[in-house]
Design a protein around this ligand. Structure first.
Ligand SMILES: *Cc1c(COP(=O)(O)O)cnc(C)c1O
Length: 399
């Protein structure tokens, strides 16, 4: 039986030096040494457990990174000031000028813009493909390909990446598989399915409170040590470190993630079954008719369900806007970007989080202008929420 990842987190004994059950909060940028030689050794990365400067490591960030590594079953982790900080740092560590990346065409809009607009300035080329088409992935490989990049569950179309299959392709060609697992924490541990590096926007489900932006990178000890190398490490030299006060808050929220994921999944499945009865066009990977259902199922850790994300196609942007405004007034949740919050959030992807993707590419990837993405909240009475949504659908003449 697969090990429950939340179990690995709870096995960690992390408490402060006075027995404080929440580890002490680091409120220091720099650290003092009793012996000068220890400082020199620490600079050279030769001293376990010594802290030097908070951009490199600090105790609060280490507690959170260790807990994330336990959740993922990786050797190590490092925490960043945002999800984009994690994605860009990981990619810039793995690629240099002249290299090539193969990426899922459907990714978070910021990731797409970084790869499409920013990386070419530094002569790093990117080929965007349909990540569920393994032949297309193989055909895109070049001698200079260094990374295949995808999201476990892609944004906003909720396609599912077949991580074991992608990993097998990567291993044949000495390519690293980098996976954004923001939509599916606890549910899937990508490194257990062959990914080399996992990146997160912790802004979403992991923190779950929408009170900050934050990110994380998990992988091998060797990779994390490369990232924070004082001479060459991208994390150390570009400096996208998370503030330790935030880390200590996120660590506490991480410990309720397993319960939250179950409730997000339960509520989303409930709504998906109701949407199905209406005959509306929608995506939810938990239903057997979703193209990626079985692929997701084979990667899932038991108990956490199929996630809290649903996207529903209302045809036109006008219809989508009308429905979203009605749902806001009916207290279904908030018309807002982002996800993983305790309240339901909804937004029109093509006009918001994927607006960086040009309209013709949006059409090519099957992103309709009427696509509304729901991040289903932790509602205690989801039937009541459904009744509100249904009333809005009727008023908007969508059903
Ligand atoms: C939000 C998001 C990001 C970016 O994270 P930030 O914390 O906003 O920088 C990256 N990937 C996915 C899938 C996201 O949803």
């Amino acid at each position: 039986m697969k090990k429950d990842p939340s179990g690995r987190i709870f096995e960690l004994k992390q408490f402060g030096e006075y027995g404080d059950v929440n580890p002490s909060v680091t409120d220091s940028a720099t650290y003092t040494f009793m012996q000068a030689k220890t400082m020199t050794d620490t600079f050279h990365g030769e001293t376990e457990g010594c802290f030097l400067y908070s951009r490199h490591w600090n105790p609060s960030n280490k507690y959170l990174a260790d807990a994330l590594a336990a959740m993922e079953g990786t050797e190590a982790g490092w925490v960043t000031a945002s999800g984009m900080g994690a994605i860009t740092t990981a990619l810039l560590q793995l690629c240099k000028s002249g290299d090539h990346i193969i990426s899922s065409m459907t990714t978070y809009g910021g990731t797409y813009a970084f790869m499409q607009n920013w990386l070419p300035r530094y002569n790093i080329a990117v080929t965007f493909i349909d990540i569920t088409d393994l032949q297309a992935v193989k055909a895109a490989i070049r001698p200079e390909t260094k990374v295949i990049y995808t999201e476990t569950m892609t944004n906003p179309l909720l396609q599912i990446s077949d991580l074991p299959a992608l990993s097998a392709i990567c291993k044949q060609h000495q390519i690293k598989l980098v996976v954004d697992n923001t939509f599916t924490p606890m549910m899937v541990a990508p490194v257990q399915h062959g990914a080399d590096v996992v990146v997160y926007s912790m802004t979403k489900f992991i923190n779950g409170k929408n009170d900050c932006v934050a990110g994380a990178i998990c992988g091998s000890n060797a990779f994390i040590n490369e990232l924070i190398d004082v001479n060459n490490g991208t994390a150390m030299l570009l400096g996208p470190v998370l503030d330790p006060l935030r880390s200590s808050n996120i660590l506490k929220n991480l410990h309720t993630l397993h319960i939250r994921m179950k409730q997000h999944s339960y509520n989303a499945m409930y709504l998906a079954e109701k949407f199905k009865e209406t005959g509306l066009k929608f995506n939810y990977p938990g239903l057997p008719e979703h193209k990626g259902h079985l692929t997701l199922k084979k990667m899932l850790n038991a108990q956490f369900g199929f996630g809290g994300m649903i996207s529903i196609d209302l045809g036109t942007a006008d219809k989508a806007n009308e429905l979203m405004e009605k749902m806001e007034l009916a207290d279904v949740g908030y018309l807002a970007v982002s996800l993983g919050y305790f309240k339901t959030l909804f937004s029109n992807s093509g006009k918001s989080t994927s607006s960086e993707v040009p309209e013709e590419i949006q059409r090519e990837m099957g992103l309709s202008e009427g696509l509304v993405r729901f991040s289903v909240g932790l509602d205690n009475d989801i039937e009541d929420t459904w009744q509100r949504i249904k009333a809005c659908l009727i008023e908007t003449k969508l059903i």
